[in-house]
Design a protein around this ligand. Structure first.
Ligand code: XLF
Length: 298
């Protein structure tokens, strides 16, 4: 217990020296460090950069700091990120699309996960991906598509797997089997080469309705499809997933399944704050609804 007199002396000294408190020292003395770790897979996927911005704004508004890490879906980079965040003694972690679940077992701080089910104790927030896949199929079908191509995401991502399942199950109901093109990874800086290679082998005459597992993939596909001489939406219709801000500005603008990045980010942030305040959350999963956004690509 510090006496009033000493406290006054300390405050005066702080003013004189323009002292900036050291968050790490605060955490050594059992206080909160005032920083929150946010781990996202990618800085160039607009969905995740928007998510980090929205979470970061809330953290700042509450007078705390964000330490942002990205993994490019590498288990090793995720391990480095978690180790670093623990060294900085963050008060909590929000992790999006974890690819290294074991890292979180036994960590003694609040954690909220987006998309990956880490374990029974950690809250997972995710969109209704299965329903989103179904919606994408039904929308293309309503728009008179007859031959479908599904550009599915990496099979080890639960979210994109569920989107594919929803799409395939909806097609099955109409006795339709879509062509499935598996993209082994999300869109990274070097992905154009990979996409070009896949597209060169693909006969677009075989499909007139495309569902791509996220917006950044859909938009880079649209560009390549048009460069190959096909018109969108006249020859080929395409639907993405996310409704990230770039989908409004692509040419043509992208019809897509919206997963509300605002709702997701705020749910992740406030759930974490709740846990940091010592409250219990009685659920271990939370599903955010999705909806179709109709624009010019389908
Ligand atoms: O992990 C999924 C795939 O990509 C995530 O929700 C996203 O849609 C973001 O673009």
């Amino acid at each position: 217990m510090v006496s009033e007199e000493s406290s006054l002396k300390i405050r005066n000294a702080i003013e004189k020296l323009s002292y900036i408190p050291n968050r790490n020292v605060r955490s050594i003395f059992g206080k909160k460090s005032g920083s929150i770790g946010v781990i996202i897979p990618s800085l160039i996927n607009p969905f995740f950069s928007e998510m980090a911005t929205l979470i970061g704004n809330s953290i700042q508004q509450d007078g705390n700091g964000m330490i942002l890490c990205f993994t490019e879906d590498s288990p090793h980079k995720e391990e480095q990120a978690v180790n670093m965040l623990m060294e900085y003694r963050v008060d909590g972690i929000i992790v999006a699309r974890s690819v290294n679940k074991n890292l979180y077992n036994g960590l003694d701080i609040p954690i909220v996960s987006f998309e990956t089910i880490i374990n029974e104790e950690i809250l997972t927030i995710s969109s209704d991906n299965y329903f989103g896949g179904k919606l994408a199929f039904e929308y293309l079908m309503e728009n008179n598509c007859m031959r479908f191509i599904l550009f599915e995401g990496p099979v080890h991502f639960k979210a994109t797997n569920d989107r594919s399942k929803g799409f395939i199950d909806a097609a099955k109901k109409h006795n339709i089997e879509p062509i499935i093109i598996s993209l082994g990874e999300d869109y990274y800086l070097e992905s154009e080469v990979l996409y070009n290679e896949i597209l060169r082998k693909l006969d677009f005459g075989k499909g007139d309705g495309i569902f791509a597992f996220n917006d950044i993939t859909a938009i880079s596909l649209m560009d390549l499809i048009q460069k190959n001489g096909f018109k969108i939406p006249q020859d080929i219709k395409i639907v993405g997933f996310d409704n990230s801000f770039i989908s409004r500005y692509s040419s043509p603008s992208l019809s897509t399944i919206e997963q509300s990045v605002k709702e997701i980010s705020l749910k992740c942030y406030f759930s974490l704050i709740n846990l940091m305040e010592g409250n219990k959350i009685n659920k271990n999963s939370l599903t955010i609804p999705v909806k179709i956004i109709k624009r010019d690509s389908a």
